[in-house]
Write a protein that binds this ligand. Structure first.
Ligand code: NDP
Length: 236
């Protein structure tokens, strides 16, 4: 009998947390498609990921702000591997400014990518995840529960996402689809044009979030850790 494979689609897997999750899942033997707004960025990441396990990474150009583009990404996974087991809604941006300086454009981009983009990820994947009794994992943020100055757009997007994600969990769990909201604190990535350096050693590392996702999908089917806060142990 043919071995059943498992597959994942990670939005925004070209670098940072999404890439760390892709590495962890590929090490687990899962077939992983990553998306980016740029085919080149996605291709470069997939090239590196395929060195872990040849043929396990697939690069897809897809902008989470576009529902049709996300539907095509899901269809590409189904065409390639025949099933979708895990959707990791990770793509996100951070624009931080006091309210009197925050432009309408940056407000809109933050909401469109961080909140509406996840709704579109859910719309695009829920039929396939229902079929596979799969898992939808959101990368929200501690900014979805802790507000701060300069955070109006980011806080609004992540508070919204935490509410969205938990309501979605209630909608789909009886159909056998799990939903988990992961809420990290500071992770060492290039988020918000940050340049990673040795000074980031105290932060959560992308592979640590990868380990959490890897552990979540190994939980018994009966048990659902629905919301997870993750902090650096010794914040600087
Ligand atoms: P990075 O900036 O390092 O990576 C962001 C990823 O999202 C890239 O792969 C980028 O790809 C992709 N992306 C951005 N916009 C879009 C879009 N419209 N469509 C598709 N892909 C897109 O950030 P992180 O890895 O740090 O962030 C990942 C998630 O984690 C975000 O949701 C962020 O809010 C959240 N988070 C981050 C924390 C941190 O401290 N770093 C803490 C808590 C949560 P490309 O540019 O190639 O299109």
């Amino acid at each position: 009998m043919a071995e059943t494979i498992k597959t994942a689609l990670i939005t925004g897997g070209s670098r940072g947390i999404g890439y760390g999750i892709a590495e962890a899942l590929i090490r687990d033997g899962i077939y992983v498609a990553i998306t980016s707004r740029s085919q080149q960025n996605a291709d470069e990441a997939a090239l590196a990921l395929n060195k872990i396990r040849a043929g396990h990474a697939l690069a897809i150009e897809s902008d989470v702000r576009n529902l049709e583009s996300q539907e095509k990404a899901v269809q590409t996974v189904l065409d390639q591997w025949g099933r979708l087991d895990y959707l990791i809604a990770n793509a996100g941006v951070g624009h931080f400014a006091p309210i009197h300086e925050l432009s309408a454009e940056l407000w809109q981009e933050t909401i469109d990518i961080n909140l509406t983009g996840v709704f579109f990820s859910a719309k695009a994947s829920i039929a396939a995840l229902t079929e596979s009794k799969g898992y939808f994992i959101n990368i929200a943020s501690l900014a979805g529960t802790n507000f701060f100055a300069n955070g109006t757009a980011y806080n609004a997007s992540k508070f919204g996402l935490v509410g969205f994600s938990q309501a979605m969990m209630l909608d789909v769990r009886n159909a056998g689809v799990k939903v988990t909201t992961i809420m990290p604190g500071s992770v060492a990535t290039e988020f918000n044009n940050h340049e990673p350096s040795d000074k980031d050693a105290w932060k959560i590392q992308p592979e640590d979030i990868g380990q959490i996702v890897s552990d979540l999908i190994k939980m018994p089917a009966r048990t659902l850790p629905s919301k997870i806060e993750v902090r650096p142990t010794t914040p600087k």
